[in-house]
Design a protein around this ligand. Structure first.
Ligand SMILES: [Zn+2]
Length: 1034
């Protein structure tokens, strides 16, 4: 899935937050891991049925690295548990709650050490709390229990904590993960959606086999009203059974008096009815209005990660792969689509038509199943025996050509690169009018947001870049994710990190004109900013609540995952990476895997005699959060590199002893541009030394920024690099120059360099003309500008503005305003001019106004270049008249890419009444689709007038927001980040903390809340530290 709103990543914050979106080989040793936790209810007899399903990963015992001072045995145990990421971890967490790295840490309150007075007060407070606790504890009749106090003392043993089903009977399962005793083999699904009543009925037949003796079948179902259930054992007669439901965990169960025996074959048939969802997951309804104002409704699905259970009862975990046969009834004016090609259509007695699709030729996870009922049109072409089609609403058929061309080319690329042909006979790409994520990789039926798939014939390269990126990502999933799937959501990065990496790699090779290299570089900078926070998490992390599953769809899984793969590929010789991938896909085709399987395949594919274990290197990157800072110190020919955790914290007390296995690359002044110049040094310990000729003037580490680390060159090292750049900027590649700028700002944030040093580096930028260094510098400076602005430091705001405009003035004035063909130049131009116009650069505002005037005068036939549309509409919408005009255009626009730019222009208004109007409009879904809410919030929050409104709006409308977007979802993450990341005062910190604490189960536990609080604290400290310097230097 691509949950991110790529249109939105340009507007970065400080730190730049991501804004925007089988192996059923059961083994005895798996079974032996049955829970023995005291906290876990004990069943009368411990049978293998009590083990949650985890096909293979328990074989793994990879030693972890990290902050914990565990002894070796404990360490092994802990780290394998991290990899397992499941209920077995309960045991560990119950015994050693404080040793787990996953425990949410209490955030530090301030950036300075506590004073002696504070210490005394704290000690007194602790003594009082301890005394009260002891008094309470010894109060007769009151025992502290997990459910709280009071509870009467009793000597009788505690009953197993089976919860009650909806009918009052005990529900026979207590875990989030399903038991391993039953394995689904095949689903026969019949769906009868009624698009008038927005309801559907379903008939699901599940064939299963018994893996271990058991007396129950437990599976998932959510919001389905089950009307009839029958059960058949082997060749016996079907009989009616009672289905128990436990809603909090979205599970249903059938209990048996006789044991089902391993090897038996079962069939469970369930009839049910439900409403089509009004949100964006499950089987949900959507609508569109055509050019003539005629509205049509449609129904589509979005199942990843936990919503297949909302459309049909199923074993809704990625490791329960099965085959599927789907039948859908429809009215004659509609068409249906599913993962497989249509096999036949029959007429039903009711007059409806029943489309039956071929039985899936592959085993699939439930989250990849999809179906659509709509009146779309399509264009198609054949690519290596696969029929590739792009579907859209009829009015937008002309916008599908680019997607078809791109998908076809990329399909061929992946067929070759993976040395394995795409598995199905057809591949549909469908643009859905209401769609929250960017896209979803359902096997054979990829669904997209319209703006992620459709581009006009005159689209700009940047629009094409976005669409091609999403297509490349989803196509990569057809292998990575669909063919080979992670066993559980803790290894989500195997899907998402890989698809993200492949998206950039494939586009770089097949569409170099789209200049996605710069996009990838900016993404890596973003990933570093997120991962520098103490609230970040290891790539592989324990996941055992539904919210935690949703939270895995974050920057770490996608962006850090992809960054690490790039670093690995860059450090492996020749074709080892690709060979390893091919071997991995061959070996695990159709199965589920854990991360170690990938490393093993990559190690076995080694092409050089010296053996290097990929796993050995990668575990330090996967199992601990964050990344290293390398500090360089040089004494003539001897260079010492030391590593430490680059950890941004607001207090000085947080310590980390994490070490990484770093493939350090470096170049120097004698040879710095070509790949052959690159030298490699492996740093595994806290420090290491390398030799250089004495006459080397400067050293640049992390060649082209392919490594996931930050470098501090020390005062002299920085000075040498800055001198070199001032003499000739071409001594380094543009990625290296951008990387220096990025690292310098990051070090400033960490407090390792002064802001004077930052400015000293930026002196060279007047000579800079390449996109990546300019956009990086602009983005960093704009972020600081916005912080000062929100802090109402008006004097400094004016000076910062003058500084930015002055630095980039000549480059701004060099920009042209006509059509520009190069993606890189479009990116440079739009970033520069958007900053310039937002800072009221007269040349920029004047040109934008002129362009808008011409556009109106030509009755909108004279197109504004795509990369300039957002800024031109934004400048236009500053006036009352212009805002109303843009709103009217927005209401009538049909081309989605353009429409979104108009929306951003409307949301960037500084008129508070209009801000309130637009926030309400998007929440109600009137005039503005609710799917645009994260984009509207981030745009409004960027403005001075709007940022407090959005924060108030969130607080007042929280319940409605989480009705539309689940707690933990990417949309909620984005909303929280964009509305809070520019706060930098204690008052705002207290407010944000107070509000989220009050939410309790409605969101207080989200990781993004910790991130938000930490970001505010960091902003606050950064301001405290730098405001005096700003006053002095700017
Ligand atoms: Zn994805």
């Amino acid at each position: 899935m691509d949950p991110f709103d790529s249109n939105n990543t340009e507007r970065a914050n400080l730190p730049r937050n991501m804004i925007e979106n089988s192996m059923f080989e059961e083994e005895p040793d798996v079974v032996d891991l049955a829970k023995d936790s005291a906290a876990f209810p004990t069943f009368p007899a411990l049978d293998p049925d009590e083990v949650v399903y985890e096909p293979r990963s328990s074989r793994l015992l990879v030693r972890g690295l990290g902050e914990n001072e565990l002894d070796e045995e404990e360490e092994d145990y802990e780290s394998s548990a991290r990899l397992l990421g499941m209920s077995f971890m309960n045991r560990s967490s119950a015994h050693r709650p404080s040793s787990s790295p996953y425990t949410r840490q209490a955030p530090p309150r301030s950036c300075s050490r506590p004073s002696a007075r504070t210490m005394v007060v704290c000690v007194l407070f602790l003594v009082i709390v301890a005394s009260m606790t002891m008094v309470l504890y010894f109060l007769p009749g009151c025992t502290f229990t997990r459910t709280g106090c009071p509870k009467s003392n009793s000597t009788t043993p505690i009953d197993p904590a089976y919860p009650n089903s909806t009918n009052g009977e005990l529900f026979p399962w207590t875990e989030l993960r399903l038991p391993a005793s039953i394995r689904p083999l095949h689903y026969d699904l019949t769906l009868n959606p009624d698009l008038k009543t927005m309801t559907f009925t379903g008939h699901t037949v599940i064939s299963m086999s018994v893996q271990h003796n058991t007396k129950r079948i437990v599976l998932h179902s959510a919001e389905l009203n089950i009307t009839k259930a029958t059960f058949q054992l082997d060749d016996g007669k079907p009989s009616d059974v009672t289905v128990l439901e436990y809603k909090p965990r979205q599970q249903i169960a059938v209990k048996f008096t006789e044991e089902l025996k391993a090897g038996q074959h079962l069939v469970l048939t369930l009839d049910y009815s439900a409403n089509l969802s009004h949100n964006y997951d499950g089987f949900y309804n959507s609508s569109h209005t055509d050019k003539n104002g005629v509205k049509s409704v449609l129904a589509a699905t979005q199942f990843e990660p936990l919503a297949a259970r909302k459309a049909f009862p199923c074993f809704d975990e990625p490791a329960f792969k099965a085959t599927f046969l789907v039948k859908i009834s429809r009215e004659s004016g509609y068409m249906t689509l599913s993962n497989m090609p249509k096999a036949k259509t029959t007429e039903l007695p009711s007059g409806l038509l029943l489309d039956e699709f071929e039985k899936s030729s592959v085993n699939m996870s439930t989250y990849l199943v999809a179906f659509i009922v709509a009146n779309f049109t399509s264009i198609s072409e054949n690519v290596s025996d696969t029929l590739v089609s792009v579907y859209s609403v009829p009015d937008k058929k002309e916008h599908t050509r680019f997607a078809l061309k791109t998908a076809s080319k990329l399909l061929q690329f992946y067929n070759n690169f993976f040395d394995k042909t795409y598995s199905l006979k057809k591949l549909d790409l469908v643009a859905i009018p209401d769609f929250l994520a960017g896209a979803m990789e359902n096997w054979g039926l990829i669904t997209f947001r319209e703006t992620s798939l459709l581009v006009g014939n005159n689209s700009s390269r940047l629009e094409q870049q976005l669409v091609a990126s999403v297509i490349a990502h989803e196509l990569a999933h057809q292998w990575f994710g669909n063919l080979v799937t992670m066993s559980w959501w803790n290894d989500l990065w195997l899907n998402e990190g890989f698809a993200t990496y492949m998206q950039y790699m494939s586009l770089q090779r097949e569409f170099p004109e789209l200049d996605t290299d710069n996009l990838f570089l900016a993404m890596r900078f973003r990933a570093l900013a997120k991962d520098a926070l103490n609230s970040s998490h290891p790539v592989i992390v324990k996941v055992d609540t539904a919210e935690q599953v949703l939270e895995m769809f974050d920057s770490v899984s996608y962006e850090k995952g992809a960054s690490i793969l790039l670093m690995l590929n860059a450090s492996l010789p020749g074709e080892q990476f690709r060979k390893g991938i091919i071997e991995y896909l061959r070996k695990f085709s159709g199965l589920n895997t854990v991360t170690e399987d990938l490393w093993n395949s990559l190690t076995q594919a080694e092409v050089t005699p010296q053996h290097q274990s990929v796993s050995e290197m990668m575990k330090s990157w996967m199992l601990q959060k964050g990344f290293p800072l390398i500090t360089v110190s040089r004494s003539k020919g001897q260079v010492t590199l030391t590593q430490e955790h680059f950890l941004l914290t607001a207090d000085n007390t947080t310590r980390s002893s994490s070490l990484w296995h770093i493939p350090v690359t470096y170049v120097n002044d004698s040879c710095s541009l070509e790949p052959e110049c690159k030298q490699l040094f492996t740093l595994k310990t806290a420090s290491g030394t390398l030799k250089l000729p004495d006459n080397v003037k400067w050293l640049k580490l992390n060649y082209r920024n392919t490594g996931f680390y930050i470098v501090h060159y020390g005062d002299e090292g920085w000075k040498a690099l800055i001198d070199a750049l001032n003499q000739n900027i071409s001594v380094l590649t543009h990625e290296d120059r951008a990387s220096l700028i990025h690292n310098m700002f990051a070090l400033s944030r960490l407090g390792r360099v002064t802001f004077r040093q930052v400015l000293s580096l930026l002196n060279y930028i007047s000579n800079e003309t390449d996109t990546a260094p300019v956009t990086e510098a602009l983005s960093q400076l704009t972020t600081i500008y916005k912080l000062l602005d929100k802090r109402q430091e008006l004097g400094l705001v004016a000076r910062m503005k003058a500084y930015i405009l002055n630095r980039f003035d000549s480059l701004i004035c060099k920009q042209t305003w006509g059509e520009e063909l190069s993606a890189s130049k479009q990116k440079l131009r739009s970033a520069l001019l958007e900053s310039a116009c937002s800072l009221d650069h007269p040349y920029c505002v004047q040109n934008a106004t002129e362009l808008y005037k011409q556009y109106l005068e030509s009755n909108r036939t004279k197109q504004i270049p795509g990369d300039l549309q957002r800024l031109v509409f934004t400048v236009a919408a500053r006036s009352d008249e212009g805002w109303v005009q843009v709103l009217q255009m927005y209401a009538h626009a049909t081309y989605d890419a353009e429409k979104r730019k108009m929306l951003q222009a409307l949301a960037s208004t500084q008129d508070t009444r209009r801000i309130v109007w637009i926030l309400k409009a998007v929440l109600n879904g009137e005039t503005v689709q609710t799917q645009e809410l994260p984009l509207v919030f981030s745009t409004v929050s960027n403005g001075f007038a709007g940022h407090l409104f959005t924060w108030n709006f969130i607080q007042e409308n929280w319940n409605r927001l989480i009705e539309k977007f689940p707690v933990g979802s990417s949309a909620i993450q984005s909303i929280i980040t964009s509305t809070t990341s520019q706060f930098s005062t204690q008052a705002h910190l207290d407010q944000v903390q107070g509000f989220f604490t009050s939410l309790k189960e409605r969101g207080s536990q989200m990781r993004v809340v910790q991130e938000a609080l930490e970001t505010i604290r960091l902003n606050q400290c950064w301001m405290d530290r730098n405001l005096p310097a700003f006053r002095q230097w700017l």
